[in-house]
Design a protein around this ligand. Structure first.
Ligand code: ADP
Length: 708
């Protein structure tokens, strides 16, 4: 086929308001030349061709080459594509911002703005799709949830798995399930009416490994008729043809990459804030505009700290000097704020994007010529001794460092300042270890069991997790009552798998619905407060503000601990009818976060109703004192997260006997209690329990006995 100018193949949906569609179409037409300039544009036809021939395509291409935005549009008008296209993202930020972008490019509304919207998204606690959604961006977790309800994925014509190189646990599970599905389709065409097309996309994937992974699941081709492959010219010819290569297509999109100069620090540092600050101003004074700066940092706190410093210093700059505009970018940032990073810098202004590794591949920030890389990122790490998972700041891998550096050379030659020495770089691991090899697997296994995978060790894993980790997770699920003695999923387990919560939180919710506990509404409030990124209480910098906040929050604080404090906060906020914003200001509570909490609370109530845990969405009248029942539910889920005070005044975990301290952010900080339960575990220089409740040791013991 010839090269068409409109790979998106837009069919106009019915029922549009003419004035709305006029503005939308104008935007679409403006974006058309931008799309056509993307490196992936010339590959539209080969990509379509590949999927007409085969059910699986492995596509690699540099970040920014146009994979996520264009590939779904290339496929939307294919004859086989009669249903929706799903495209997964590891992060909700990316899912939402890509949906918005693709809607603009197609001249469509997006999300739930109108029933006519052709592009939608689905992320945890926020489903914005409609009856006409053709392209649906969703987080990996949401696709897994859908797979539980509809194992053959009957509502989709294609599933595009994006950002596979990040190798989240969820992506590994999705790939395993899809491989089974593709393999079933090849053996028994009746499983689905029409074949499901699978596209696996990544920036830096091991193409050979992925092809083999899918090929291994297919029946051996009869005969060896793979001599004359009718392959598009983009086929990666360097790959040898294993077993069923002719059934798996590959495509490689060459990105644009200008040279990027690397500058190392002469001496190691740990003060990224100070080093970044110096470099930002050094670049700003020395280098001409345009040229934005992208700084890779570890997390929200560091980012917000640096943002404030840049603003403070920029205020003192000479009026002759162009302005500096710091823009934070992290997962918990609200939508509007994230959208700002895509807008070009205002006149005579340099953008400084302060980002987590979200900007490494997931989100393409235009205009960047300077990268500052702290060389670290926060990763999930399972601590075997404790049997607990925490986020740890760890050195990135070489391949991540190369990705970060590459961000500077998208539009012009650039510079990358690494806040580490050259020999530190040489010592980095080649690749990032896949999450499945270093995280708590209980949620993953619960999902598999709920999906009918009985033989977990023989599931098609891209990387097989260690046996010990699998066993730990199975034991944990058994303790939670999610599995039966024989390792089958229980009714409770099935319910837990359908809740968008970790197994521990899911178990707590189910416990709270029992008639003898009768505290589901209260527990939903607590879980909602635990489910947001960040904290409901504002992070205060000055001592003065801290003291004022202590005073103002006194009426919210509960001596039983943080969970009851969260409950009091949510309840009081919900009761406040006149001015919730003012209430938040008075109590030094984040209004934005509380709005999120209320949204999650609403959705959890709906889900509890759907699972028949809750008969009415409205809470009963004023709740009597249910503290003991609530704490009992918390213990049921967090039995692994308990610690007792030893004679030397040190808390030690009940399992593993490890030292642990109450985090300064807890209302119980500094208290000596017989025993504690914690829902979050933080490991920095020390092991911290965050979000803590006081418990009695005999409650913990009873809970253990009850399980045995
Ligand atoms: P890839 O998936 O290969 O990394 P994308 O399809 O995400 O590439 O991005 C292609 C182009 O679209 C990039 O230049 C990027 O800046 C732009 N883009 C993506 N999302 C948005 C958005 N929400 N707003 C504006 N531009 C965007």
């Amino acid at each position: 086929g010839g090269r068409s100018t409109q790979p998106g193949g837009l069919r106009s949906p019915h029922g549009w308001q003419p004035h709305v569609s006029g503005a939308l179409l104008k935007k679409r037409d403006e974006l058309q030349p931008v799309r056509m300039a993307l490196p992936i544009w010339p590959q539209a036809e080969p990509i379509r061709h590949a999927l007409r021939r085969n059910n699986v395509l492995v596509l690699t291409g540099e970040t920014g080459s146009g994979k996520s935005t264009q590939v779904p549009q290339f496929l939307a008008s294919e004859p086989w594509c009669t249903k929706t296209i799903a495209i997964t993202q590891p992060r909700r930020v990316a899912a939402i911002s890509l949906a918005r972008r693709v809607a603009d490019e197609m001249g469509s509304l997006f999300g739930s703005q109108s029933p006519a919207a052709r592009v939608g998204y689905s992320v945890r606690f926020d489903n914005a799709t409609g009856p006409n959604t053709k392209i649906k961006f969703l987080t990996e977790g949401m696709l897994l949830q859908e797979m539980l309800r509809d194992p053959s994925m009957s509502q989709y014509s294609a599933v595009i798995v994006d950002e596979v190189h990040e190798r989240s646990v969820n992506v590994d599970l999705i790939l395993g399930f899809l491989r089974n599905l593709v393999s079933d389709m090849a053996r028994d065409g009746k499983k689905r009416k029409a074949p499901l097309k699978v596209v696996v996309m990544s920036a830096t994937a091991d193409v050979k490994g992925l092809v083999r992974f899918f090929a291994d699941g297919l029946p051996s081709p009869s005969g060896s008729a793979n001599g004359t492959l009718d392959v598009p010219s983009t086929q990666n010819k360097a790959e040898p043809n294993p077993l069923a290569t002719d059934q798996i297509s590959t495509c490689f999109v060459e990105g644009r990459q200008y040279p990027v100069k690397t500058i190392y620090l002469p001496q190691p540092t740990l003060d990224w804030t100070e080093s970044s600050l110096k470099l930002i101003f050094q670049i700003h004074y020395k280098e001409p505009l345009p040229g934005d700066i992208l700084v890779f940092l570890t997390g929200q706190e560091v980012i917000e700290g640096l943002e404030k410093l840049v603003n403070d210093y920029a205020e003192g700059m000479d009026k002759e000097i162009p302005k500096l505009l710091p823009l934070p970018l992290f997962a918990a940032l609200p939508q509007q704020a994230q959208q700002r990073i895509f807008q070009p810098a205002p006149y005579r202004t340099r953008k400084v994007i302060l980002a987590t590794n979200i900007a490494e591949t997931s989100v393409t920030v235009p205009g960047v010529r300077y990268v500052i890389d702290c060389g670290k990122s926060k990763v999930k790490q399972f601590r075997n001794k404790l049997g607990l998972e925490s986020l740890l700041v760890k050195p990135i891998s070489k391949s991540a460092a190369i990705q970060r550096k590459g961000r500077a050379g998208r539009e012009a030659p650039g510079q990358c300042y690494r806040l580490y020495t050259e020999s530190e770089y040489t010592g980095l691991e080649e690749r990032t270890v896949p999450e499945i090899l270093r995280c708590d697997l209980s949620q993953a296994i619960l999902t598999m069991k709920a999906r009918g995978v009985d033989d977990v060790p023989n599931f098609p894993f891209l990387d097989r997790p260690p046996r010990e980790a699998l066993e730990k997770a199975l034991m944990q699920l058994l303790n939670l009552g999610a599995l039966t003695e024989t390792g089958c999923i229980s009714d409770i387990g099935l319910k837990m798998a359908k809740l968008p919560l970790t197994p521990a939180l899911g178990r707590i919710l189910i416990e709270a619905a029992k008639p003898e506990r009768d505290c589901l509404h209260e527990v939903i409030d607590i879980i909602s407060a635990l489910s947001i990124d960040g904290s409901i209480f504002l992070n205060l910098v000055t001592e003065e503000r801290k003291e004022a906040a202590e005073e103002a929050r006194r009426e919210l604080y509960r001596r039983e601990g943080d969970h009851m404090t969260f409950l009091a906060t949510v309840q009081q906020y919900a009761e406040e009818q006149t001015d919730r914003k003012a209430w938040c200001e008075r109590h030094f509570v984040s209004h934005r976060t509380m709005q999120n909490v209320m949204n999650i609370r609403k959705q959890l109530r709906q889900q509890c109703q759907a699972l028949k845990l809750l008969s009415s969405p409205d809470p009963p009248g004023p709740s009597e004192n249910k503290t003991e029942a609530i704490i009992a539910c918390l213990i049921r889920g967090f039995i692994n997260n308990t610690a007792r005070l030893m004679p030397d005044n040190v808390y030690r975990t009940v399992i593993g006997n490890q030292k642990i301290s109450i985090h300064p952010s807890s209302v119980l900080f500094g208290r000596r209690l017989e025993a504690i339960l914690f829902s979050t575990f933080v490991f920095t220089n020390k092991t911290w329990a965050r979000d803590v409740s006081a418990v009695q040791l005999n409650w913990v013991e009873e809970a253990w006995d009850g399980m045995m």
